[in-house]
Design a protein. Structure first.
Lengths: 108, 116
């Protein structure tokens, strides 16, 4: 079992829809959780961090954390073609582990 | 957010030569930095963990004599690709861990290396 798992996708959603990206992790002592966005040919950029159970909203992005079920998700509301990218989940416990990423396509 | 600067962004070198890539944390001190390589349409691959003042920890399969890492200060780590070959051509990315409460990792802009 991978330590941090993400569906590789591609996830395709129409413009204006909600994109839902999911990530599960295996280390129960994980404390910090991050979502990064990586455009093709560019390095990852941090878009959200979450540390406690529940939802955290930032603009069109909402991160959701459920430590009991060991998953963290990212919702993107009103998806735009410019959101098309690979989204990386990262989980920090003793060390930071990255998921392989989910490719998102937003169709105009 | 915190800024990590990587230089050069693009470099072309001849086979057999060495090339150095710098990674700097501009507004925080980073005792730990990481080096990745990424091939087109592939996932990030962690190469090594760079620890300030000590030897880097290399991932399995990464040649430490070929990919020399130096982390001489709290804001600078360097990766030197020695005796470069065309198969070393790749996108190299560094990241640095902020020592704040979340231990957030910030990425540099990446360096495209082409070996001809």
């Amino acid at each position: 079992q991978k330590e941090v798992e993400q569906n590789s996708g591609p996830l395709s959603v129409p413009e204006g829809a909600i994109a839902s990206l999911n990530c599960t992790y295996s280390d129960r002592v994980s404390q910090s959780f991050f979502w990064y966005r990586q455009y093709s040919g560019k390095s990852p950029e941090l878009i959200m961090s979450i540390y406690s159970n529940g939802d955290k909203e930032d603009g069109r992005f909402t991160a959701q954390l459920n430590k009991a079920s060991q998953y963290v998700s990212l919702l993107i509301r009103d998806s735009q073609p410019s959101d098309s990218a690979t989204y990386l989940c990262a989980v920090t416990g003793f060390k930071t582990i990255f998921g392989a990423g989910t490719r998102l396509f937003v169709k105009a | 957010g915190a800024v990590v600067s990587q230089h050069p962004s693009r470099v072309i070198c001849k086979s057999g030569t060495s090339v150095k890539i710098e990674c700097r944390s501009l507004d925080f001190q980073a005792t730990t930095m990481f080096w990745y390589r990424q091939f087109p349409k592939k996932s990030l691959m962690l190469m090594a963990t760079s620890n300030e003042g000590s030897k880097a920890t290399y991932e399995q399969g990464v040649e430490k004599d070929k990919f020399l890492i130096n982390h001489a200060s709290l804001t600078l780590s360097t990766l030197t690709v020695t005796s470069a070959h065309p198969e070393d051509s790749s996108f190299y990315i560094c990241s640095a861990r902020d020592q704040g409460p979340g231990n957030t990792i910030y990425f540099g802009e990446g360096s495209w290396l082409t070996v001809v």
